[in-house]
Design a protein around this ligand. Structure first.
Ligand code: HEC
Length: 118
């Protein structure tokens, strides 16, 4: 026969498991910083953007700050990296912005969220 203590311990550990699952689930939808950086690296984004210093383009911190509190930031970032919109380089010349070389919408969204997270 099981002692009350054993039953209580089992109950407790299944509660802990449920809690862990509850915590882990939203984490799955969180930003994958490694994937975002790998994608940016592969697409030469870091040639013009750094996380916290100005290069040819604004730093990701600056971009994030620009869109802080604006719900359309992510959408704007996605548009910017998928539609070759005209951008002004730091030397004043204009160019078409680089179009990201992937059709993976989830990966693009993840990168946009990563940029906005700075
Ligand atoms: C040749 C240089 C260059 C490369 C390469 C480049 N960018 Fe940019 N990017 C710029 C410049 C310049 C701006 C600023 C546009 C402006 O403010 O007019 C910009 C702006 C942005 C913005 C902000 C748009 C906004 O609405 O303010 C995002 C997001 C962005 N780039 C993401 C990326 C990503 C992701 C990549 C890689 C796929 C990338 N960039 C590659 C030069 C570059």
């Amino acid at each position: 026969m099981k002692s009350t203590l054993t039953v209580a311990t089992q109950l407790l550990s299944s509660c802990a498991a449920a809690l862990l699952l509850g915590v882990a689930a939203p984490a799955l939808a969180a930003i994958d910083a490694d994937a975002a950086q790998a994608l940016a690296k592969k697409n030469d984004c870091f040639k013009c953007h750094a996380v916290d210093k100005e290069k040819k383009g604004p730093s990701y911190k600056k971009i994030a700050a620009k869109y802080k509190g604006k719900p359309d930031g992510e959408e704007k970032a996605i548009k910017n990296m998928t539609t070759a919109s005209k951008v002004k380089l730091d030397d004043g010349t204009e160019d078409d912005h680089k179009v990201i070389n992937t059709k993976d919408q989830a990966a693009i969204k993840n990168l946009a969220q990563w940029i906005m997270s700075h």
